[in-house]
Design a protein around this ligand. Structure first.
Ligand code: AMP
Length: 399
């Protein structure tokens, strides 16, 4: 009998990311991959396993075609009977969901109610859920929300200082995102440093194309940098992060920009790309900054300055700062940006261990600080594993 497995699905507007995770302690997926350009004539699906990489055309297929191809592929490998549950990443759970849940019709209706808060993300997430329920009706399906971990924030951290009617009528408040990653990485940090589960303070910096940082006190999120949407806070690949809202009013009047122009500028043309006038890719910027490109250099400086400033602010929600942990594509690989950030955190007394910092790349986790002061760490995030763990626990409890 094969080992039992959990299928993890992350549906975007034109993509479907998947991982088939062992239910036992082994953490590497048996199979993973991505279906892309769904709905276009060149839609394709790529499978990765120990046997290598394989790409197949989906002949203009949609999400249902992709899931069908995936299920057939799993079946051909003789693994379908071993799949015990399906876990779905859902971006926005609003105030409806404080933790992962078994999916039923009521849960689907509640996710639909959250859709106006994430119109680009929740509808494709729901599509994935509907298709998976149709194709695999015998399996329990679980929803794991990006926002759920941050539902422990108190009103003082989640309210904007806007008239309260907008919170009451429209749910305008800070929700935070990347919760599955922040939860996984804070658990790992606590484990690696043998911190007391009931008495610790950590700041996690999840730095990828999207980026957010979270203050975790005794296992719970107490503040985070993203807000109603994933636009608030840190500098990101193409997103601005924090901007004076007055600047937007000024631009609307002065440069005659519409709401759509501003939305497009803030989400797609800003961040590292907007500052550098070169690229949203941190690797490219590091290479060009080393050759003296002034735009690349200022983009990295603003990124590190903003990150250090917000880490400092987040620490004020903790009783004590035990550790700052870096994760995500940039956090796990850019020793340069980690160094630039830690050098700006001098008031906390964190001391960088240069040699250890250089070693933590390409998935290697570890402590990168010296013996004194709060610790700095690198932890490779694993959202699929966290989704699989939640899915397995909830599916088992439901049987
Ligand atoms: P993610 O969204 O988590 O996949 O992260 C994507 C970001 O990680 C991009 O900005 C990449 O340039 C960055 N990244 C990946 N590898 C490296 C590296 N070796 N050095 C610097 N940045 C990297």
């Amino acid at each position: 009998m094969n080992k039992t497995l959990t299928l993890v699905i992350n549906c975007g507007s034109s993509s479907l990311k998947f991982a088939l995770m062992p239910n036992e302690s082994g953490e590497d997926p048996v199979l993973s991959g991505l279906a892309e350009r769904l709905g276009d004539s060149d839609a394709s699906i790529t499978y990765k396993s120990s046997e290598g990489k394989k790409e197949e055309s989906l002949n203009g297929g949609d999400h249902a075609t992709a899931l069908e191809a995936l299920i057939n592929h799993i079946d051909q490998k003789g693994l379908l009977a071993s799949v015990t549950a399906v876990g779905h990443r859902v971006v926005h759970g609003g105030e409806e969901f404080h933790k992962s849940v078994l999916i039923d019709d009521k849960v689907i209706a509640a996710i639909e109610r959250c859709s106006p808060l994430a119109p680009l993300h929740n509808p494709p997430n729901l599509l994935g859920i509907r298709v998976a329920r149709e194709k695999l009706p015998a399996l329990p399906q679980v929803a794991v929300f990006d926002t759920a971990f941050h539902q422990t924030m108190e009103p003082q951290a989640y309210l904007y200082a806007l008239p309260m009617e907008y919170y009451r009528e429209y749910g305008v408040r800070r929700y935070g995102f990347h919760g599955t990653s922040h939860r996984f990485v804070s658990d790992e940090t606590r484990r690696m440093l043998a911190l007391d589960p009931k008495d610790h303070g950590i700041v996690i910096a999840h730095l990828g194309n999207g980026a957010s940082a979270t203050a975790v006190k005794n296992g719970e999120s107490v503040d985070t940098t993203m807000g109603l949407t994933p636009l608030e806070g840190l500098v990101m690949g193409t997103r601005s992060g924090d901007v004076d809202p007055g600047a937007l009013v000024y631009l609307a009047n002065r440069a005659n920009m519409s709401i759509n122009d501003l939305d497009n500028m803030l989400n797609r043309k800003s961040g590292l790309l907007g500052l550098s006038e070169l690229s949203n890719d941190c690797r490219t910027l590091e290479e060009e900054a080393a050759k003296g490109h002034p735009g690349a250099k200022i983009a990295l400086d603003v990124f590190a300055h903003r990150l250090a400033r917000l880490i400092g602010g987040l620490a004020m929600s903790l009783d004590r700062l035990d550790a700052v942990t870096f994760t995500g594509g940039i956090g796990e690989n850019s020793s340069l940006l980690r160094k630039m950030t830690i050098e700006r955190l001098k008031p906390f007394g964190i001391v960088l261990d240069d040699a250890a910092n250089e070693k933590c790349v390409r998935g290697t986790s570890g402590v990168i600080s010296g013996a004194t002061g709060p610790k700095a760490l690198v932890v490779a995030t694993n959202e699929e594993l966290m989704i699989a763990r939640d899915t397995l626990a909830i599916a088992n409890a439901s049987r």
